[in-house]
Design a protein around this ligand. Structure first.
Ligand code: SF4
Length: 375
């Protein structure tokens, strides 16, 4: 049964009621469990868990250490195009915004790559707006250009079809990040007014296509601030569980993008720093193996403080417009908060005792040189 069918068994209002009815006793029971359930996740997400943040953080830190060691994986986004046919009311790239539009040429992509390689980056996230002009052939060409240079390539683009993901995977695609933005159908329709992304149900089943195509890692998340973050996260967790059961060969990651001000948009449902820590710890406590990703949308200080509590992946030295590393002056998709260069982020992580990992994957390139006899 597709996730779009499964989700119909749950009503947003009922989940919200259940979550806000959780008590201190529910939280204590959840903290005492080893194998935690969705109900435990709801308890740990609830307002009743707020006084237990320290206990949650301690357990979250210990579980992360146990399963990921002291590794902090570092990646960087490369924006390829800000052309977009969609109208998402919160986004600077929305078709309604009169901004300079561009898509990088192969030569410009290589110039950006050169800059990022010099910074030591090896894990690349390619980002585009959503338009038929930036279709699978464009992404395929970019992967072909970049996969000999970088060890892993992920994409955050429009949702493609199964055959497209298979095609990209054969070229070296490693991971796909696709945010549902909000699982509340009513809010989703309110924020997504035009274009393919306005189809809530299609987006909901898109990760099934990436999983079925055998993509190595699937990234999920909601845009924290569009609706009640607790309820949206409860639904993200359901989605994660569904995908984990079905595509057990893949790995999974959760991201925590907090809505930042873009052109003409201010976040409605804010999530505080403390609440974001609670959310991150709740994920770790209920899913010890999922990768947790904190981007440069967050401030340097916040990232430093939160890093030991469960985070496994961080972006560094990021820019959010096409050609930004070679300075085209195009509008950024959202405001970057942690402006530190890559080297400074890495040094600060090392100082805090992390092993900074720029490369843990060799893509489809041969990893064993001749002369080594395995047998
Ligand atoms: S969120 Fe994505 S699809 Fe929506 S306007 Fe921005 S770039 Fe386009």
């Amino acid at each position: 049964m597709a996730f779009s069918e499964q989700i119909k068994k749950y009503s947003w209002a009922e989940v919200q009621l259940q979550l806000y009815a959780k008590t201190a006793l529910d939280v204590e029971q959840a903290l005492a469990q080893k194998n935690r359930t969705w109900q435990d996740f709801l308890a740990l997400l609830s307002p009743a868990a707020e006084p237990y943040l320290e206990a949650m953080a301690k357990q979250s830190h210990a579980l992360t250490l146990q399963n990921f060691g002291r590794c902090m994986h570092v990646y960087v986004p490369m924006y390829l195009s800000n052309k977009c046919a969609n109208f998402c009311t919160y986004c600077g790239f929305s078709i309604k915004n009169k901004i300079k539009r561009l898509s990088l040429t192969p030569g410009q992509i290589l110039t950006e790559a050169e800059f990022l390689l010099e910074q030591g980056h090896q894990q690349l996230l390619l980002v585009t707006g959503e338009t038929s002009k930036i279709g699978v052939a464009y992404i395929e060409q970019a992967i072909e250009l970049l996969s000999p240079l970088f060890s892993s390539i992920a994409i955050e683009t429009q949702a493609f079809e199964l055959c497209d993901y298979q095609r990209l995977r054969n070229k070296g695609l490693h991971a796909v990040t696709l945010y549902q933005e909000t699982y509340n159908l009513g809010s989703y329709q309110q924020y997504h007014l035009r274009g393919n992304k306005a189809d809530y149900w299609r987006r909901l089943d898109s990760h099934d296509k990436t999983g079925a195509a055998g993509v190595h890692k699937l990234g999920l998340g909601v845009l924290l601030g569009l609706d009640d973050w607790r309820v949206d996260s409860a639904f993200t967790y359901l989605h994660l569980k569904y995908l984990e059961n079905r595509y057990w060969r893949s790995r999974f990651s959760i991201s925590f993008p907090r809505l930042r001000n873009a052109e003409g948009y201010v976040a409605d449902h804010e999530i505080s720093d403390k609440q974001l820590v609670q959310l991150l710890c709740a994920y770790r406590l209920c899913n010890p193996f999922v990768e947790l990703n904190l981007s440069t949308r967050e401030s340097a200080n916040f990232r430093k403080n939160v890093a030991p509590l469960g985070v496994t992946h961080m972006s560094a030295g990021a820019r959010t417009s096409p050609g930004a590393y070679s300075d085209t002056g195009a509008l950024e998709q959202f405001e970057i908060c942690d402006q530190r260069p890559t080297e400074e982020v890495a040094a600060s992580l090392r100082q805090a005792g992390f092993d900074v990992v720029f490369k843990d994957w060799y893509g489809h390139k041969p990893s064993i040189q001749s002369g080594i006899n395995l047998y």
